[in-house]
Design a protein around this ligand. Structure first.
Ligand code: IDC
Length: 436
């Protein structure tokens, strides 16, 4: 996994605030890098593609190891190629960008502390994370996601000697789905066992996946939102093999070291349908502030959510599902919700909130992304899922107001190419230091 020199890598700048108490915040000069998977991958010293569409160049990449010594990831034109613009304390991701060579769809970016290292956020107990979001232009089928994953700070540069690119070029991704669509994992190609996707001309699934713990602070569009911890054991990035990876990309979703479902809090799914959406209590037709508090440590950690809009602080509403109590994620909430919804409790099997709290304390990388869903059309977030359930009688199946026929990537891409999400005003610090 070499570095290409056709385009100089210039990270967009994005400031954020590190707070110690209310009104006491210092500005940090962060940078943004786009994930290596989105970058041009070509034969070293030349212009021949190592990967085109959803297929590998068999000469450059006959196997995983040679691919790493033959191919280079190059610098990015953030605005022109990827529709990514940063300004002051904000970052905007545009869905479709028509470049001179190709059309880009969506993006996944990381916040950096320097040009060569990701910022590591350590939630060592009683921390909160706050940001503003504008997703008024993000309809059914989209996911504007802001979340944390347990990636290595240097993108795996030190651990894997064949990775010469590192965090500067957005390497080392992992999450609780143990994604197998990554072109490189542990500094080696993922060409062995690669199967081109049948419904995504830009993606495929390789023989390896990349797992690590994930804290989904925010997965949302203008219709629905969820906050979801996902435990993994081990917590740190680890490479998995084929279908034993589990997650979205594998035949058996629950076969791996991670919990792909998580313990989600989506207010609509918890029976409160008038809370989040256009013209609702949290009005998604306008910008608003999202506050997420991590109170306490270990299994007793509580994940609490507030919104601020129009000068008003709005608490997450309590669950309206009989037998599921509270307006926050606690071990008790997860126990009750999994039981009432008859969902598999993989979260607990992988260590639950104790595991998530440990991952947060060790330090995690901030991801900001925009994507559509080639596996389930985002229906698990914003519609009825599974789609054959009755949202009025099958508890937990109603997640939002989108049609069960919505979210098909081909439709979303043709109907909403200009969809955007803007994240801004990020603040991190002890409880009550970042808002109000
Ligand atoms: C969700 C995860 C989310 C992930 C998505 C797609 O929380 O982070 O991106 O899957 O893989 C289900 C669904 C499952 C949901 C989960 C919570 O099968 O896809 O997980 N859930 O909504 N059924 C019941 C619960």
């Amino acid at each position: 996994q070499l570095v290409g020199t056709e385009t100089t890598e210039t990270h967009p700048s994005m400031t954020w605030q590190s707070c110690t108490a209310k009104g006491s915040c210092t500005t940090k000069n962060g940078k943004i890098t786009i994930d290596a998977n989105w970058r041009w991958l070509h034969v070293k010293g030349g212009y021949t593609n190592c990967y085109t569409g959803n297929e590998w160049n068999a000469t450059a990449c006959p196997d995983n190891k040679s691919c790493a010594t033959n191919c280079a990831v190059d610098g990015a034109d953030y605005r022109g190629t990827y529709g990514i613009t940063a300004s002051g304390n904000s970052l905007q991701l545009k869905f479709i960008t028509k470049g001179s060579y190709s059309t880009n769809i969506g993006s996944r970016t990381y916040l950096m502390a320097s040009d060569t290292a990701y910022e590591m956020f350590k939630f060592t107990g009683n921390h909160e994370f706050t940001f503003d979001v504008d997703l008024s232009n993000l309809p059914c089928g989209f996911n504007g996601a802001l979340y944390f994953v347990a990636m290595d700070a240097d993108g795996g540069l030190k651990k894997y000697s064949s990775n010469k690119a590192g965090a500067k070029y957005g390497t080392g991704y992992c999450d609780a789905q143990c994604p197998r669509d990554l072109k490189f994992i542990n500094g080696e190609g993922n060409v062995e066992g690669w199967i081109a996707s049948s419904n995504d001309e830009n993606a495929g699934v390789g023989g390896h996946g990349s797992c690590c713990a994930e804290m989904d602070i925010w997965e949302a569009n203008s219709v629905s939102t969820a906050v979801t911890p996902h435990a993994c054991s081990p917590i740190e990035q680890s490479r998995c093999e084929g279908d034993t990876c589990g997650g979205t990309y594998s035949a058996d979703r629950y076969a791996g070291v991670c919990d792909p479902d998580g313990c989600d809090f989506n207010s609509y799914r918890m029976g409160v349908k008038d809370f989040y959406g256009k013209g609702k209590m949290v009005d998604t037709s306008k910008k608003f502030t999202v506050v997420t508090q991590f109170i306490g440590t270990g299994e007793a950690m509580e994940i609490k959510r507030f919104y601020v809009q129009g000068g008003k602080t709005i608490a997450q509403p309590a669950s309206a599902i009989p037998g599921v109590e509270g307006n926050s994620i606690t071990t008790k909430f997860c126990d009750q919700q999994k039981d009432r919804f008859k969902d598999r409790y993989t979260y607990k099997e992988k260590g639950g909130t104790a595991n998530m709290a440990k991952a947060l304390a060790q330090g995690m990388v901030l991801v900001m992304s925009l994507w559509d869903d080639h596996y389930a059309n985002m229906l698990w977030l914003d519609s009825t899922y599974p789609t054959d359930k009755n949202p009025d009688s099958d508890l937990g199946s109603g997640r939002g107001e989108c049609e069960v026929t919505s979210g098909v990537p081909a439709d979303v891409e043709s109907q909403s190419p200009d969809a955007t999400v803007t994240y801004s005003n990020i603040k991190f610090g002890p409880i009550n230091s970042t808002f109000g």
